[in-house]
Design a protein around this ligand. Structure first.
Ligand code: ATP
Ligand code: ZN
Length: 278
């Protein structure tokens, strides 16, 4: 995983949430685990796809953008849902832009020449790609290029540099990569790890919900929160009421809560789930 940068903390957090303890929090080159057959190597993110392809590491956590740029023969085994960003073309605000042909003959600064070159070839655009390693967003301002191709998340960096996003070329997030073929023993460890990662990912998207429902509206209320199999319904000491327990997806959250209240649910509690195995 990445030694220091935007992926580091989230990568370590994911491994820890999988119940895997890592020694040596200070991040030397390597740390081992006392309760899972895993050793973590901390590397520059750009090296990760190649190291995995070469067998220096067995698996890696890295941005999809870096996998695409490095073109190493590795497979994405799981999307991890963090470090979400996009790679976009941007021009100075004052430049007019209608379509890609406006980039014909322009100089574009980027740290991702491979992805951009593939994109321009596919679209039949003849532009000059100028590779620079950092602070790409200032290139047009200092006359180094006409436009840029770079990572965007909120777009605020672009705005503060007087730039405007004109095309999104790819979406990216952190992924777990592995070589196409793995020894059986390692594949078994990986599938154990992936099982845990999926349980953590699922739990992040779901909440445990408890509420009190009047018995005469129980059916309507339980149908709104079907949960993993079906909700738990228990009688309250107070006659005519039941306690309902279920699991609710974050994406539907507010809408469902509103409907539950309309149907007479009271005392709604929502609590985080640590792990979720379906
Ligand atoms: P270096 O290799 O020089 O350390 P980098 O840009 O590769 O620089 P980071 O800035 O740590 O390193 O980014 C690591 C990864 O995180 C990127 O490859 C990308 O996948 C993702 N990323 C980068 N910027 C953002 C952002 N603003 N929001 C979300 N994810 C991002
Ligand atoms: Zn990098």
């Amino acid at each position: 995983m990445q030694k220091s940068g935007r992926l580091s903390d989230k990568s370590i957090e994911l491994i820890r949430e999988c119940g895997i303890s890592l020694s040596n929090g200070s991040r030397k080159l390597l740390s081992g685990s006392s309760n899972f057959p895993l050793e973590v190597m901390y590397l520059r993110d750009d090296d990760i796809p190649r190291y995995v392809a070469d067998g220096v590491a067995d698996i890696g956590i890295v941005g999809e953008n870096v996998v695409a740029e490095e073109k190493a023969p590795v497979e994405t085994r799981e999307k991890l849902g963090f470090a979400r960003c996009r790679l976009s073309l941007a021009l100075p605000k004052s430049e007019s832009y209608e379509d890609l042909s406006d980039l014909e003959g322009k100089r574009i600064a980027t740290s991702y020449p491979g992805i951009l070159n593939d994109y321009f070839s596919e679209k039949g655009i003849d532009a000059e790609i100028h590779e620079i390693s950092g602070s790409v967003e200032i290139a047009p301002g200092i006359g180094l290029s006409d436009g840029i191709f770079d990572i965007v998340s909120t777009g605020s960096t672009l705005v503060s540099n007087g730039l405007r996003e004109v095309e999104t070329v790819m979406d990216s997030q952190a992924v777990l990569v592995a070589p196409p073929e793995m020894e059986q023993e390692k594949e078994a460890i990986l599938s154990d790890l992936l099982f845990r990662i999926r349980a953590v990912k699922k739990s992040r998207n779901n909440k445990y919900i408890l509420l009190n429902a009047p018995n005469d509206r129980l059916e309507e209320i339980t149908s709104l929160i079907p949960g993993m199999k079906s909700p738990t319904v228990m009688p309250l000491a107070d006659k005519g009421w039941s306690s309902v327990h279920s699991v609710l997806n974050e994406n539907d959250f507010w809408e469902v809560i509103d409907q539950l209240r309309e149907k007479g649910a009271q005392g709604i509690l929502v609590v985080p789930i640590e792990k979720m195995i379906v």
